[in-house]
Design a protein around this ligand. Structure first.
Ligand code: AHM
Ligand code: MG
Length: 337
């Protein structure tokens, strides 16, 4: 007999059926987002065969060099999601202002934020990259939405997810009922449920931080890493392992798979420049925090829960400490001591 496997579409429809009043609009929106991820996956896989590696010769709103793929994948997300009538507007790491649904297209009640290709500098060296997205409800004016409409706390997210383009392409999503992982079956072009109910182990002996910033770290981060590095002979009484992929999606995926803690903390260099962190709240930190919390982990700035932050601007940056609960709580307590 044929061994039926659940596609992500079937999974979402069945999840929505449990909710009174669901119209199918949300299912349909998610499907478009997943389609965009499939198109990006295909391009990422083909790489230089289709001439997409390298720099674009432009900068984004944060003054970072844009890769060709940053721009191409951003366009893919816009084009795939602008026509169906589910969205009031979109916002992306790669666009200064919010993206209005083109005149003539119907508008809907959701807002979509995304980082179309996170860790894009890894594209050129053929290391895992990913797409991160977050869905909010448009609560105010859904006819002419402004950036203000996007400034909602992470706790208001309706859904969040990421696609990781690694040895296999996977999609990991939450709609607030746990976290589930799907693997792209290239032959049938569908994401298939392979990792139901993903959870993060509470205990871990693995941390991820860019150690080249060590001289700039604040004392609590220094203390935590020093204690890990001291290993068996140190205060933790155990040896720790370290990883740094420089692709947040890959780090979070590893943590969802085998535990660990990821940090991109506030440091003295950032403070001197007047920035609050490296990662962006609306389309990196919040969606990843939603996923991590739904998987039983924790996510803070080192001081407060990320999803409780009232955003003040679209491209706001925040420090990020996320992963296995006990470690995140320990690091947060060091900051608040
Ligand atoms: P990006 O959105 O411009 O790709 O930057 C975000 C990425 C994260 O995926 C990753 O955790 C971090 O930047 C790596 O930073 P660094 O180059 O300092 O190691
Ligand atoms: Mg990014």
């Amino acid at each position: 007999m044929h061994n039926h496997r659940t596609s992500v579409t079937q999974f979402i429809i069945e999840e929505q059926r449990k909710l009174a009043g669901a119209t199918g609009d949300f299912t349909s929106l998610l499907n478009d987002v997943f389609t965009a991820c499939k198109v990006i996956s295909n391009l990422v896989n083909h790489g230089e065969l289709v001439g997409v590696l390298g720099a674009a010769g432009s900068e984004n709103v944060q003054g970072e060099e844009q890769k060709k793929m940053d721009i191409i994948t951003n366009d893919i997300f816009l084009q795939t999601n602008e026509w169906a009538g589910h969205l009031a507007a979109m916002a992306s790491e790669e666009m200064d202002d919010i993206y209005q649904i083109p005149a003539g297209n119907p508008k809907g009640k959701y807002l979509l934020t995304f980082d179309p290709l996170d860790g894009s500098s890894n594209m050129d060296v053929n290391v895992s990259v990913g797409t991160i997205f977050s869905i909010l409800r448009c609560k105010g004016n859904c006819v002419n939405p402004t950036a203000e409409d996007f400034l909602q706390r992470g706790t208001e997210q309706v859904a969040a997810g990421y696609a990781i383009y690694g040895p296999s392409t996977m999609l990991v999503i939450t709609t607030g009922q746990g976290v589930n992982g799907f693997t792209l079956d290239q032959n049938i072009g569908e994401f298939v449920l392979t990792h139901p109910n993903m959870t993060i182990p509470e205990e871990t002996r693995e941390f991820a931080i860019n150690a080249s910033n060590m001289r700039h770290w604040e004392a609590p981060v220094k203390r935590y890493v020093d204690e890990c590095l001291a290993g068996k002979e140190g205060p933790r009484g155990e040896d720790f392992n370290m990883r740094w992929v420089a692709s947040m999606v890959a780090e979070v995926h590893r943590i969802l798979t085998r535990g660990g803690v990821f940090m991109y903390p506030l440091d003295e260099k950032m403070k001197a420049k007047g920035t609050e962190g490296k990662l962006r709240l609306m389309y990196e930190a919040n969606p990843m925090s939603f996923i991590v919390e739904q998987a039983g982990g924790a996510s803070t700035t080192g001081r407060i829960r990320i999803m409780d932050i009232q955003p003040s601007e679209l491209h706001q940056r925040v420090p990020v400490v996320l992963g296995s609960k006990n470690e995140v709580e320990r690091i947060t307590s060091y900051h608040n001591e």
